[in-house]
Design a binder for this molecule. Sequence first.
Ligand SMILES: Cc1ncc(COP(=O)(O)O)c(C=O)c1O
Length: 383
Amino acid sequence: MTSEFFLTGGKNKQHSPLLLTPGPLTTAHATRKAMLRDFGARDSVFIDITRSIRERLLSLAGATETHTCVPLQGSGTFAVEAMLGTLVPRAGSLVLVLVNGAYGRRMVEILARLDRSYIVYETEETMPPIPTQIEQLLSHRQDITHVTMVHCETTTGILNPVEHISHIVARHGRLFLLDSISAFGALPLDVQTTPFTALAGSAGKCLEGVPGLAFVLCHRTALQEAAGQAHAISLDLEAQWTAMEKNGQWRFTPPTHVVVALSTALDLFSAAGGQPARLARYTENCRVLIEGMKALGFVPLLPAALQSPIIVTFHMPTAPAFLFEEFYRRMRCHGYVLYTGKIARKESFRVGCIGAIEPEDMADMVKTVNHVLHEMHVLLSTE
Ligand SMILES: Cc1ncc(COP(=O)(O)O)c(C=O)c1O
């Protein structure tokens, strides 16, 4: 039996494994089916689809009046790099980067590579930034021009206090740049309650499109002022915006199939009840996962108060018979793709709660974990 064609029960029973990862994710059949049609870049239907996607993404953040949505070819990192490269001037700026995981560190790496000035405020990977300390930093360092942070730090699954920090940044008159790649569409985010200058998101995460397209929701004035500032032609958000506003077309070859898949994914998103419904489903996926895994003896890294419903990190069991490679391989054979850990100091592994998966898929997955533990003769303590 090949693992490609085997999957234990669940509503999403299908001929491919369930991807319980931070992406690429399990997608709905209709989303994949949308990609069976070819579109020309100048096709008026395709131009309408692009326009509609941009409008829908903007309105999801309540940002239609003030911001624009600039879609970009590529993965989430492309959008983050484009956001930083376009909106942070080469001279006279200083970015405060809030770091508590790999994606915060990636923003530091990008800024360093782009030769933009920055300072880092770093907390442990299991600790969110402390708002009062950010307040103090902004009061004392008048030279800070931008603050950037990660919404859900996917390294651990920690939920960062973006709303609180966005208000502090706004009160101090600085620009707020947010990496919401792994959270946008599921976690509530409205520009009225979380004022942001720019937000980077991705088609292939909580919106449940396929990978290959990212976007930045950008304050229009800030984007206009950034003309000519970007370090790279293909990552110049202002140029991408200006060109798209002229005739609705993409500057360079658009990922047409990915765009139409996102359009269908957004239709499904709205039909299912939008962001609140998505959050509710992921929250239930997460609850079933954590409760089930705890009952088997696995220990989550984060306390419940800091855990986002996006991805869960578990400590690596120390039982001698538990070999992660073997566990992973057996789970894969049963149709579940798990994810390795990314935290710096301890051995861990991760299980994603996002994508077109339902709580019953999670319940089946937990049953399979139990089965695999028996196969491997692993007994974990449930104390
Ligand atoms: C918070 C966050 N930022 C950035 C990225 C980078 O996205 P990509 O791997 O699509 O480039 C990810 C990917 O999981 C992420 O979770």
